[in-house]
Design a binder for this molecule. Sequence first.
Ligand code: NAD
Length: 261
Amino acid sequence: MAFTVDLSGKTAVITGSNSGIGLGIAQELAKAGAHVVLNSFTDRAEDHALAEEIARETGVKARYIQADMSKGDECRRLIEEAGVCDILINNAGIQHVAGIPDFPVEKWDAIIAINLSSAFHTTAVALPMMRKAGWGRVVNIASAHGLTASPYKSAYIAAKHGIVGLTKTTALETAEEPITANTICPGYVLTPLVESQIPDTMKEYDMSREEVIKNVMLKRQPSKEFATVEQMGGTTAFLCSDAAAQITGTAISVDGGWTAL
Ligand code: NAD
């Protein structure tokens, strides 16, 4: 049997997809033929324009739905408003860096809500839709920090380890059905989020841009190269393909060797 990634006729909902990894995944899934629903908490003309551009370039149906992933009822509304959800990508995420005694409680709550609880809410509404359709794929975007820890990122690391666990449970609850659930654990990916941290880190360590990238950001990434949004999109498309039908409950690292250390 020859395997290709043909997602024609499927609809993918990607949370947090008006930039970075989420947008990259939406673009790759659309190239593979899936209709896509983009999301973030803003409702700007440029958000809707992203969906229009994907539709124009690939010929799939694409739309943007505003919904705030920090709120459970908004997460549920996103999937309900999409109407169909064959492929669910839980990608929305934020970060905050501080030691545990100083970690602002509101930041802890927001990170747990956006990076972890949102996936519970969207999955709860999407699974019955997948069951009705007789096919489904859940891909949760965790991090190398879903498998290992670093200091000063307690909420992020707790949430990302949590998402790896939620994915395993989702996989077991759907194991006898044509539905799979997996986590992708990226290392550093050069997205706007990461790019914006470079100038401050240059100042903090009195380093050049190249030194910050190599000696700070990619210190734990043995390949010494950023992973790319296209690689995240390609890995997601693979997990949605027939070749991956028996891959479920796993955490796939795309991290240049970080977790092999
Ligand atoms: P990004 O800031 O470009 O993307 C985050 C997305 O989440 C954006 O679209 C943003 O609008 C959205 N978002 C934030 N708060 C939201 C909310 N309340 N409701 C809805 N959407 C919201 O960052 P990114 O680097 O593309 O990160 C995407 C995911 O990948 C995150 O879960 C992040 O933890 C994970 N990740 C990123 C890296 C990396 O190096 N960039 C590494 C590992 C994991």
